[in-house]
Design a protein around this ligand. Structure first.
Ligand code: NHX
Ligand code: ZN
Length: 636
């Protein structure tokens, strides 16, 4: 709404200004004028004090000399006085006139001004309301963006990774390309396809590519645009989207972030009238249109679990395609696509970058390449080198570096010991991912951090891997305790992560013998499509006894892993001190540098390998079946 540009707005203010000016002017004048009785006025005339008179129908104004001889202005109310003119002439008032200088505008303005002003104001409000209304309506039309030609040129070849999703979508492409072939056979093409996956995995790009492959128009809207206005506007926008789709058939409609509209209707108290209306309109439209028309609705969300079940029923979004996070191969392909736009140094191996970025999605990788280019430009480099890439990766996974933070030597020492604790325990546990880097330069929320990188993509995590991870997480706190005989608040994030893992092991992974192979809570509910009961609840209810056992088991797991961590740390205290010395000096240590420092001490080196071997044997015996999904490489 650009109120400022509306001519009515300007007109209103100008009118108001003029009227105020006139009122002020009039009252100012009035205050200079002396109000005289008519008889007084006549008296002054007879005395020859009046020098100037102006007669109008409503007022007589003029100038007179008062008893002190000072010239003053006066005003008085005219009377029906036939002698006035004669008196004026007789007493030699040289300047007098009877012209009505006030004219007709003055009185009209004074009498009718407020009413006119009110009407203008009212008109203005009406005008602005209706013009907003019009804009709102036209928003509904303009917000649905028809694709540019550039977008239409996007094909599946521009989308790296997610091969399975592409395969599934190929069918939709075929249908859009020649719908008659499918109609002859009588097969039912899905009306709606729901793409779901983490943010940044490329759902929108994939949707564009479907349209591009099929060579049909592409209409995109975002779910959040449907709920931002007054009641009814969202619904009308939905109608508009489908109308446009029908006119342009065959075509592809795309609704991004559909969870904004399609949230479970019973979730929350009181509900949300507008959203519900919009959702109902969406359902009505989906039921109403026939795939024979050649219109297919694609929607994307990263929260499929919150969607209203009505949306997922047959005949609506009856096909759901998961867009997974990219694996190693996908990541390399994605990096290849993005690095075409920039100048990479020859030394750069995209495989290494792909391996250093587990768990990151396409948008993150694009971001890494872009940030690297910016860093390289800032250093006046001609090409992007591996250094730039490393820094960008760390920035994405751990946050920006905070070199300006001043930290006392005492605290630096604590930080260094804490991080080396994580690293040394990781080095001594067989299932741990290799340590990639230790740093005591603050980054993001952390004062120091240890990065471990997996060698391969992993989809399952074993129980021993989890236990080892717990030992590594708890190591920072333990070293603080052993070296300084004092603990700090710094380990809060480590403890939180450890508690989360241990809790899941007991309540979700069935890894506690006392609790048994039983699901006691289900945080996975939030990630996959499971419909909730009417109240939106999917909670487990336990007896107090069960809660007690759960807590006991969580604590038990923590204590066991803590003890293991402690024993590794005490046996390696000499090495730890040596590494801390190097770390305090260099502030960063790579995995390689760490290995060299450790290898320098042959005695402890032997100790390490012995511990590792023992652990390997043990883990082979113990845990083969306890496999679960986990991925987290930065210990902040
Ligand atoms: C504070 N920060 O808030 C200070 C400024 C123990 C040497 N009082 O465990 O930096 O104490 O191994 C994600 C990641 C809070 C979220 C890390 C939220 C850290 C990090 C607290 C190192 N490295 N702790 C660590 C640390 C701190 C914190 C986080 C987070 C320290 C420790 C933060
Ligand atoms: Zn830590």
């Amino acid at each position: 709404m650009n109120k400022k540009k509306s001519p009515w707005y300007i007109f209103f203010w100008i009118t108001l200004f003029i009227i105020i000016f006139m009122l002020v002017n009039a009252s100012m004048q009035r205050s200079h004028e002396l109000d005289l009785e008519y008889s007084q006025f006549k008296q002054y005339i007879r005395n020859g004090n009046v020098s100037k008179v102006l007669v109008s129908s409503s007022v007589i104004k003029g100038q007179f000399k008062d008893s002190d001889g000072i010239l003053k202005k006066f005003r008085t109310v005219p009377m029906n006085d036939p002698n006035l003119i004669k008196d004026l002439e007789d007493n030699k008032v040289l300047e007098f006139s009877a012209i009505d200088k006030n004219g007709w505008v003055g009185p009209i303005l004074i009498n009718w001004g407020p009413i006119i002003l009110l009407m203008l104001f009212w008109l203005w409000i009406m005008r602005s309301m209706t013009s907003n209304g019009k804009q709102m309506m036209s928003f509904g039309k303009t917000k649905v963006k028809k694709s540019h030609n550039d977008d239409l040129q996007i094909t599946f070849q521009d989308v790296a990774g997610c091969e399975e999703a592409k395969e599934e979508l190929q069918e939709i492409v075929e249908f859009l390309k020649n719908s008659s072939k499918f109609q002859k056979l009588g097969g039912r093409i899905p009306k709606g396809v729901l793409l779901f996956g983490s943010p940044g995995t490329g759902k929108t790009l994939l949707a564009k590519a479907v349209a591009g492959e099929a060579g049909v128009p592409f209409f995109a809207a975002s779910g959040s645009e449907f709920v931002e206005m007054f009641v009814g506007v969202g619904a009308s926008r939905v109608r508009d989207l489908f109308d446009q789709g029908r006119k342009a058939a065959p075509c592809l409609l795309f609704v991004d972030e559909i969870d904004a509209v399609g949230r479970h209707r019973f979730a929350g108290i009181g509900g949300h009238d507008e959203r519900e209306q919009t959702l109902n309109q969406l359902l009505v439209e989906m039921d109403g249109f026939d795939t024979k028309e050649g219109v297919i609705l694609l929607a994307a969300t990263n929260r499929p679990d919150v969607l209203d079940p009505a949306l997922l029923r047959p005949g609506r979004f009856d096909r759901q395609i998961m867009i997974p996070n990219p694996d190693l191969k996908d990541r390399k392909e994605i990096l290849e696509v993005h690095s075409k736009k920039v100048k990479l140094d020859r030394s750069i191996d995209l495989n290494i970058i792909a391996r250093s970025t587990p768990g990151l999605v396409g948008a993150d990788l694009a971001n890494i390449i872009n940030e690297s280019a910016l860093l390289a430009a800032r250093n006046n480099q001609k090409t992007i080198n591996m250094h730039n890439i490393e820094e960008s990766i760390e920035r994405i996974i751990a946050g920006p570096q905070r070199k300006s933070r001043l930290i006392s030597n005492k605290e630096k020492k604590i930080i260094a010991y804490h991080e080396v604790g994580h690293a040394i325990v990781a080095k001594n546990l067989p299932t741990a991912d290799p340590v990639h880097k230790i740093s005591i330069i603050p980054r993001g929320p952390a004062l120091g951090y240890t990065i471990q990188l997996p060698e391969h993509d992993k989809y399952l995590t074993s129980k021993s891997e989890l236990l080892d991870k717990l030992s590594i997480l708890l190591a920072g706190r333990i070293v603080e305790e052993l070296v300084f005989s004092e603990i700090t608040t710094g380990a809060q994030n480590d403890i939180l992560q450890a508690t989360n893992i241990a809790t899941k092991m007991v309540t979700e992974f069935g890894m506690s013998e006392k609790c048994g192979t039983i699901t006691l809570s289900n945080s996975l509910n939030n990630e996959i499509m499971i419909q909730k009961d009417v109240s939106g609840r999917s909670e487990f209810r336990h007896s107090w006894k069960t809660y007690e056992i759960i807590d006991e088991e969580i604590k038990n797991i923590i204590n066991i892993t803590k003890e293991k961590s402690k024993s590794i740390i005490t046996t390696n205290m000499d090495i730890i001190k040596r590494i801390v010395g190097h770390l305090l000096e260099k502030e960063n240590l790579t995995g390689e540098e760490l290995d060299n420092i450790i290898a320098g001490n042959t005695l402890s080196n032997l100790k390490i390998s012995m511990v590792s071997e023992a652990r390997t044997k043990q883990s082979k015996v113990n845990n083969k079946n306890d496999l679960i999904i986990m991925n987290n490489n930065v210990i902040g």
